[in-house]
Structure formats: C-alpha cells, structure tokens
Design a protein around this ligand. Structure first.
Ligand SMILES: Nc1ncnc2c1ncn2[C@@H]1O[C@H](COP(=O)(O)OP(=O)(O)OP(=O)(O)O)[C@@H](O)[C@H]1O
Ligand SMILES: [Mg+2]
Length: 417
C-alpha cells in the first residue's frame, strides 16, 4: 500500500461539507455521483466512483458511475440480479467492506456468473467498497477504484465510510422517490389498459344495441308486414267459404298470436318510446306493457325527482339504464308476485340513483333462485352497469320484495363520457 499523508480532521470536515453542498438540489442518482466525485477525490482518490443501489422490492441492483464509463452503466437502465454483482457480499451484509490491492487477481470478484468484465475492461486494480445503510439496513454500496494497484489503506476505508454515511440518506430518498415514480407508471399503465377495455366493451355494446335495433326494424318492416298480409289472405279465404271456417279461424287465431309475440319482441328491440318521448315516459310505457302482457293485477308508478336529468345523459348510457330497468321490471313481474312496482329516479348528492322496487315474495324464496340456476338476466344487468361505470345492487326491498339499484355520477363529464 502506498503512503499518503493523513487528512487533518479540519480538512476532512471541510471536504465533507463541500460534498454535502455539492449534492444539494440534485434529484437523480447520476448527477449526484457526478457532482460529488471531485470533492470525494480530495479524501478518497479514485479513477472510478460508483454507487450500486438495490431496487426496492426486487432482488436487483442498479449502478451509477462516474470517472470512467463501463458496462456497469447499463445497470442503471436495466438492473441485474444482485447475485451477479461482484460485490454481492457487501450488498448482502456478509462482510463489512471490501478493500483489495488488485481486483484483477482478487478471487472474491470471480465467481460463476459474476458481472466483473468492467474490472478487466477498465483495468480497475485498487478497489474499495463500503455499504450504504439507512437505519441499519443495507440498500446499496459505494465503490472507489484506481488503475494503480495497492492504493487503498484502512484510513481510506474510514474515509469511504464517512462519505457513504453522508450520501446514504440522500440516495435512500432518491431510491424511494424512484420506487414511487415506478409504481405511479405501473398504475397509470394498468388504468390505461382498463380504460381501453372499458371503451372497447362500450363500443361493443353500442354495436350490439344498434344491431338489435336494426333487427327490430327489419322484423317490423318485413316479417311483421308479411305475416299481416298472410292473415288478410286467410281472412279472405274464410270469407269465400272454400275451406272449413273452424280450421281457418284456428289458423287466423294462431297467426294473430304470433303477430302479438313478434310485436312484443320488436317493441323490446327498439327502445322507441325512449327515443321519442324520453326516459320517464319510456319506463311508464314499459311498466304498462309488462303488466298488461302478464295478465296480473299489479299497480305501477314512476317517481322522478331528478327533473328529467337522465334525458340529458348520452344515448348509449340512457339505453343501458333503460335495459337494466327493463330486466328488473320483467323479473319483478315474472318472479316476484308483487302487488305493486315502483321505479324511483332520484339525485343523491352528485349522483343519480335508479331503483326498481317491488313488494313481492323477495329474492330468496323464488323457485329459480332456490334451485341455484344460472342467473342470466341479473348477470346482464350487472354487466351493463359495469360497462357504463355505474354501481349495481340487488337487495331486499324496503317493504319486503326486491330492489334493484343503479347509481352513477350525474356530472356531465363522468356520466356522458
Ligand atoms: N324481483 C324478483 N323477485 C323475486 N325473485 C326474483 C326477482 N328477480 C329475480 N328473481 C330470482 O332470481 C332468479 C334469477 O333472475 P334472472 O333475471 O337472472 O334470471 P331469470 O329471470 O330466471 O331468467 P332470464 O335469463 O330470462 O332473465 C330468478 O329466476 C328468480 O328466481
Ligand atoms: Mg330475468
């Protein structure tokens, strides 16, 4: 080892203060190590100075160097597994430090898979490595190297420890900052992916809805018209009396029934009233038709205290909400055996709430539910709600029976996007 004059305590203090001034205001690893290199050289001579930082929550290590540019630099973009670091024993706390007279021949840096090529490429002979700690835990290491062999003494280990202790809190803060930044990026990416999925699902439902309406219109314009013509012909046949009238009227009756069935399908497929008269009228019409078709005595009511707010939502959103109400009403009529069904449209703070309430037998006791069969309509309601970012609940009604609740933001931006 070469002899160098020991550094006087007063000089050491001045250099340490200078190092601390040099880091102030730096917000990234690379500029910090560059900024301190010259001052560090006053107390710890080096041709190459670097810091290794263990990446938070990963078993990898990033490196930042100054003085010479080696292949370790790549680690700062692409951290490598800590076990390949030539100084892993320091990073793992197995040794308190490493000092070597000649790294080219030092066996400690040579093990299976060791990423030690820069030692040979840059001919780093004297090397000194001390850990960076925060609250006792090692999160990295500071390393100094020179081309000349046999440079570092035990006094240098002490100086390196001072420098490491001075830099550690700073590097630790940067490391946590880096981790926060990385999590923010990951989160933003995940959100973008989810948003993308939601958007494509929304496009898909819009396309399905359009297709459904087109089929409704085709059925109306072609099939229904054709069936009506057929009925006329049969009626004329009956008038001529060429076929037995009982057979004809049975046939005409069947046809009329098919036409009624078809009309119902068409009405369901085209939310006509919704488009022509608005949401509340659309729901009143829906309630009236469902009850009429069921032949049951059920009273119905729509209570709107939103001032027609729903009509100002975007078309796809309105259609989705209408379809949810439609299924809820159909379920109440088909399964609930209620005396009454009420649809409430209310404002709850900044949100709109739609509730379909019946006073029937309630969910648990219906035969279908008890048998645990696949729930189609309920799943559809839930999916539709999710696609428009609305909350969906299916629960016991306040007066017995069942309540379906859909809630969504009333603000134009969120609700109509
Ligand atoms: N308002 C209600 N009152 C009582 N039981 C209900 C009510 N709504 C749903 N249910 C029960 O939940 C089950 C599942 O409803 P869901 O709408 O998913 O299926 P479905 O109506 O039976 O068939 P579909 O797939 O045609 O809608 C129903 O079979 C019924 O037993
Ligand atoms: Mg159903």
């Amino acid at each position: 080892m070469v002899d160098r004059a020991p550094i006087r305590p007063q000089d050491m203090l001045n250099h340490v203060l200078a190092i601390s001034r040099a880091i102030a205001g730096q917000t990234e690893f690379q500029p910090v190590i560059q900024a301190v290199s010259r001052e560090v050289a006053q107390i710890l001579p080096h041709d190459h100075l670097d810091v290794c930082i263990l990446v938070v929550d990963q078993d990898t290590v990033a490196a930042f160097e100054t003085g010479l540019h080696t292949r370790w630099s790549a680690w700062h973009e692409h951290p490598v597994a800590a076990r390949f670091s030539p100084i892993r024993s320091v990073l793992w706390g197995e040794v308190p430090y490493i000092v070597t007279e000649d790294a080219l021949t030092d066996e400690r840096f040579q093990f299976e898979g060791a990423f030690n090529h820069p030692i040979f490429d840059a001919r780093l002979r004297s090397r000194l490595h001390v850990p960076l700690r925060v609250q006792g835990a090692i999160f990295g290491a500071l390393s100094a190297s020179t081309h000349a062999a046999g440079v570092y003494t035990h006094a240098d280990v002490e100086a390196a420890r001072h420098v490491a202790d001075l830099l550690a809190p700073y590097f630790h803060a940067l490391r946590i900052g880096e981790q926060v930044r990385r999590s923010a990026i990951i989160e933003a990416e995940a959100r973008a992916r989810e948003e993308g999925l939601r958007e494509s699902a929304q496009k898909l439902t819009e396309a399905l809805e359009r297709e459904r309406q087109r089929i409704g219109m085709d059925l109306h314009d072609e099939t229904l018209a054709e069936l009506t013509r057929l009925t006329r012909r049969i009626e004329r046949l009956a008038e001529r009396g060429t076929v037995p009238s009982a057979a004809v009227s049975a046939l005409a009756g069947d046809l009329q029934a098919s036409i009624r069935g078809l009309r119902r399908i068409i009405d369901d497929a085209r939310p006509n009233v919704l488009q022509l008269f608005g949401f509340v009228d659309g729901i009143e019409n829906l309630l009236e038709r469902s009850v009429r078709d069921s032949g049951l005595a059920i009273s119905t009511r729509v209570v709107d205290s939103t001032g027609g707010r729903i009509d100002r939502l975007g078309e796809p959103l309105k259609v989705a909400l209408f379809r949810i109400v439609q299924e809820a009403v159909n379920n109440a009529v088909r399964h609930g055996r209620p005396e009454g069904i009420v649809v409430y449209l209310t404002r709850v703070g900044e949100r709109i709430r739609i509730a379909v309430e019946d006073d029937g037998i309630g969910l648990g006791t219906a035969p279908g539910a008890a048998a645990g069969r696949r729930i189609g309509g309920i799943n559809n309601m839930r999916t539709r709600a999710r696609l428009v970012s609305a909350d969906f609940r299916l629960e016991a009604g306040p007066s017995g029976g069942t309540r379906v609740v859909v809630e969504l933001p009333a603000t134009p931006v969120a609700a109509e996007a």
